[in-house]
Design a protein around this ligand. Structure first.
Ligand SMILES: CC(C)(COP(=O)(O)OP(=O)(O)OC[C@H]1O[C@@H](n2cnc3c(N)ncnc32)[C@H](O)[C@@H]1OP(=O)(O)O)[C@@H](O)C(=O)NCCC(=O)NCCS
Length: 160
């Protein structure tokens, strides 16, 4: 896949299953050096309710990166919290600029909403990615997942 073969557009309700697949695949391919398997399993979730849970969170902007044949990336914003809530790229499409393009589009949309800064909680594996996108670290922290597990994470900030 070349980045020129990829487009970014708003997500539609029909994209739910594809988005869930990208998210699950991206998380399950996080290198083992960062988190143990049980943490990845809880983060990715599984089973029937996965798509519904994903699309019923508080995000109000959802975008997908698509090629002709599939969804290869997903990103979301919670505008009222100045929050970049998610960025996931299919592992087979990784390292080709898809993540950077998703973040740039979320920032463009955020500016349209009058947002002057974004914050996020990065997983440890994505820290260097967000640094490359111009975010700075504000705090090393813990993220509490719904199932009760705790993940190390990095709080980051960028002025737009
Ligand atoms: C993190 C993630 C979104 C990156 O997506 P991607 O499409 O592979 O990233 P890009 O190809 O756009 O990379 C953009 C820049 O970040 C750098 N980068 C990306 N991932 C990196 C990594 N793991 N380590 C170091 N640098 C990285 C790239 O080298 C690139 O820099 P360059 O433009 O100067 O060459 C993707 O790996 C992913 O979905 N990971 C699993 C889920 C996850 O952790 N998401 C974040 C949740 S907070």
């Amino acid at each position: 896949m070349k980045t020129s073969d990829m487009a970014i557009r708003p997500a539609t309700p029909d994209d739910g299953a594809g988005i869930a697949e990208v998210r699950h695949n991206a998380i399950q391919n996080v290198p083992a050096a960062y988190y143990d398997q049980s943490t990845l399993d809880e983060w990715s979730g599984s089973g029937e309710g996965r798509t519904q849970k994903l699309l019923s969170n508080s995000a109000d902007v959802r975008i997908v990166a698509v090629t002709d044949s599939e969804i290869v990336g997903y990103g979301e914003l919670v505008t009222k919290e100045n929050l970049l809530g998610a960025c996931y790229v299919l592992s087979s499409a990784g390292g080709k600029g898809v993540g950077r393009a998703i973040v740039a589009e979320l920032e463009r949309i955020a500016r349209e909403h009058g947002i002057t800064y974004l914050q996020l909680e990065s997983s440890l594996n994505a820290e260097r990615f967000y640094l490359c996108c111009g975010y700075r670290i504000t705090e090393r922290a813990k993220h509490f997942m719904r199932g009760g597990s705790v993940m190390d994470c990095v709080k980051m900030h960028k002025d737009l």
